[in-house]
Design a protein around this ligand. Structure first.
Ligand SMILES: NC(=O)C1=CN([C@@H]2O[C@H](COP(=O)(O)OP(=O)(O)OC[C@H]3O[C@@H](n4cnc5c(N)ncnc54)[C@H](O)[C@@H]3O)[C@@H](O)[C@H]2O)C=CC1
Ligand SMILES: Nc1nc(=O)c2c([nH]1)NC[C@@H]1CN(c3ccc(C(=O)N[C@@H](CCC(=O)O)C(=O)O)cc3)CN21
Length: 317
């Protein structure tokens, strides 16, 4: 079932979460271990991130370094299928532009279609860590908007090969990312919002936001979206702060601010356990306010570690 149908049918705030494929060489059990403890909160859908190739440098016998391209975390399509089979909930694969040609993307979409997966979250993807900025694949897309066009085309039965006879159209429900504190590369929030509106106008059915720790930022964002004519559901994305290091990691990776009260509460902690509890309590408070605001769903970035999200969900759902 489509995410938008889950949202329409819901009588209460929904719970959903996101996992990432484990590194190559790990068993599927490691995924189930991250999901099992969260199933009691009845997620109607689970997101699975998509990962492009990365570069590693291996030293050769002659001492020179060899640049090798690997995909550390393949398997999104297979994991989505496994999740749907095992838990009977919907899986939402992320599809990214970076690192993939249009043809490779179409092939992944075919597999999803054959597997009965009718949801996708369409993203541009991050820059490769060793590169200064995002570089599109030579036969791929530069922006999430272009990927949306490709999926909408397929939904209308238009494949890359225009000469196909009577191709069967797909029927994907399309999610996209939104940034309450603007995307790190956007010159300002209103320009970012203009591109978000473009994604919705092209066919995105709902928005999931980047994590934020100050609910006011989310409330203002929803208001700005509505004022800009964006009418689709907006799902808040939440991450529980679990370590002191994240005070500097999260702002740097995700271009977000951490509220002063949260930072002082973490500063006052004397153990790692205390820090985690502060993070959990903060997310619980965020969830309560967001529910009061009337969000359709609370989406958790668990990144396959379920314990903090379990602690939050126990208080909320
Ligand atoms: N790996 C994952 O599963 C997830 C990744 N992300 C990350 O979110 C980031 C960006 O993805 P999206 O939001 O989908 O990208 P996007 O293509 O919507 O936007 C990327 C940037 O380009 C700008 N932009 C958009 N359209 C433009 C246009 N037509 N002309 C000029 N500028 C334009 C935006 O303002 C933004 O700064 C990436 O860093 C992605 O990896 C977000 C959520 C999950
Ligand atoms: N720009 C961007 N890229 C992403 O891949 C991404 C987003 N935003 N926002 C939504 C989700 C949330 N994502 C993530 C990714 C990692 C952590 C995380 O907890 N990272 C570790 C540090 C990782 C490291 O050191 O490599 C942490 O301890 O916070 C959280 C959310 C992935 N997604």
């Amino acid at each position: 079932m489509k995410v938008t149908e889950h949202l329409q049918n819901a009588t209460n705030t929904l719970f959903s979460f996101e996992i990432l494929p484990p590194v190559k060489g790990t068993s599927i059990q490691s995924i189930y271990q991250g999901i099992d403890p969260l199933m009691e909160f009845k997620p109607p859908f689970i997101n699975v991130t998509y990962h492009r190739e990365e570069y590693v440098f291996k030293e050769r016998e002659n001492g020179l370094l060899e640049k090798i391209t690997i995909r550390k975390r393949p398997g999104t399509v297979g994991i989505c299928s496994a999740i749907m089979n095992k838990y009977h909930v919907d899986a939402v694969p992320h599809i990214i532009c970076g690192g993939f040609s249009r043809e490779e993307t179409e092939n992944a979409l075919m597999d999803l279609n054959f597997l009965g997966i009718d949801n996708v979250l369409l993203l541009r993807g991050d820059a490769v860590k060793t590169e200064p900025g995002f570089r599109p694949h030579k036969d791929g897309h530069s922006y999430a908007a272009d990927l949306i066009k490709q999926v909408v085309d397929l939904n209308h039965g238009h494949y890359l090969d225009e000469e196909m006879e009577n191709p069967v159209p797909t029927d994907f429900c399309i999610g996209v990312a939104g940034y309450p504190e603007k995307h790190m590369e956007a010159p300002n929030l209103s320009t970012d919002l203009k591109y978000l509106k473009q994604k919705v106008d092209l066919g995105a059915n709902y928005i999931i936001t980047q994590m934020f720790f100050d609910n006011q930022k989310f409330f203002d964002f929803v208001k700005a979206c509505r004022a800009a004519g964006i009418t689709v559901p907006i799902i808040p994305g939440l991450k529980t702060l679990t370590t002191r290091n994240q005070l500097s990691i999260l702002p740097r990776y995700f271009n977000i601010d951490l509220p002063e009260d949260l930072v002082s509460a973490v500063d006052a902690c004397t153990s790692a356990k205390d820090v985690k509890q502060v993070g959990i309590d903060w997310t619980i408070q965020q969830c309560k306010e967001l529910m009061e605001f009337g969000v359709p769903c609370l989406h958790f970035y668990t990144m396959s570690k379920s314990d903090a999200t379990v602690a939050v969900a126990k208080e909320i759902f």
